[in-house]
Ligand binder design. Structure first.
Ligand code: NAD
Length: 295
């Protein structure tokens, strides 16, 4: 049995850790807010009092934290987890962070004999619950093979995309596509409403044609039901679009539609909606169109 230390038990990490327990791994978890640790214990895992405790004696350490500074603080900071890991341990960071930070983590791990993968995911909360996530993995091939059983227990489409940082680069592309598509879905829903069309029927037929997408399938119903409970928080997508725009600039690539999507996500956040699901882009299109849902 592989012992797993799991750090960050939020919307995604909570169900992922529970699925690892279901798959037969011995999972010890830590989260900053203790009630989330209790949920893992209720699911059959063990609770730890600190990130270092969760990692102690683990064969594989998984992190699922919000942003680059969180990952750096937990792994590299004073009393950081990496220092305490035995050579041969595998560290899999599944958070969405900057590719350059992923590369530094891999280098810091290599200096200690610890194999590090950047393995961000796509598929949302439902994908985490159903263990059907898409996982884009950067790192050494041998480390990927070592971590494969752990990844298999939480994901369905798992691809080794290249060296350290490559997983995060692919995830940035993912977030570019999702933000642009979601904005257009929001615009289409307001447009349909303004023309008095039954939107549920419209979505049903759109889903079967070229306009169909996983974004439409998984987000439109909640948007129509005005359910903006996250899911994926606007704050996190704003963070990801910062990664996208910086990485595009670094590579000299023009992303005009992506830049607009980033501005719109930032504006939604600036209006105080950072804690809502990113489907709340709908609210902003309604506001820009001078429409309230009652109209
Ligand atoms: P979340 O905010 O729900 O979970 C993060 C968890 O980390 C929280 O429970 C928080 O308490 C904990 N945490 C923060 N700092 C910590 C620390 N120093 N020590 C211990 N615990 C700490 O976020 P999430 O939605 O689960 O997302 C996690 C990552 O996965 C992010 O990078 C996000 O961009 C990415 N992601 C999210 C989704 C989604 O749909 N929610 C989908 C794909 C990828």
């Amino acid at each position: 049995m592989t012992a797993i230390g799991f750090i960050g038990l939020g919307v995604m990490g909570g169900p992922m850790a529970a699925n690892l327990v279901k798959a037969g791994f011995e999972v010890t978890g830590f989260n900053r807010s203790p009630e989330k640790v209790q949920r893992l214990v209720d699911a059959g895992g063990r609770g730890a009092a600190s990130a270092a405790d969760a990692a102690e004696g683990a064969d594989v350490v998984v992190t699922m934290l919000p942003d680059s500074p969180d990952v750096e603080a937990v792994l590299l900071g004073d009393g950081g987890v990496l220092d305490g890991l035995a050579p041969g341990t595998v560290l899999v960071d599944m958070s969405t962070i900057r590719p350059d930070v992923a590369r530094s983590l891999a280098a810091a791990g290599a200096a200690r004999g610890v194999g590090v993968l950047d393995a961000p995911v796509s598929g949302g909360e439902q994908g985490a619950i159903d263990a059907t996530l898409s996982i884009m993995v950067g790192g050494e091939a041998s480390t990927f093979e070592a971590a494969r059983p752990v990844l298999d227990a939480v994901g369905r489409t798992i691809v080794h995309v290249g060296p350290p940082g490559a997983g995060q680069t692919v995830k940035a592309a993912n977030q570019l596509i999702v933000a642009g598509t979601l904005q257009l879905v929001a615009e289409a829903l307001v447009f349909l409403d303004a023309h008095g069309v039954d939107r549920s029927r419209a979505v049903e037929v759109l889903a079967g044609g070229l306009a169909g997408s996983a974004v439409l399938d998984r987000k439109a119903a909640a948007m129509l039901g005005r359910n903006f409970r996250p899911g994926f928080r606007v704050d996190l997508h704003h963070k990801d679009l910062g990664i996208v725009t910086a990485a595009a600039r670094e590579a000299g690539v023009a992303i005009p539609a992506g830049s607009l999507a980033a501005t719109l996500m930032g504006a939604l956040r600036a209006q105080g909606h950072g804690d809502l699901d990113h489907g709340a882009l709908l609210l902003q299109v309604e506001q820009l169109s001078g429409r309230s849902p009652e109209e």
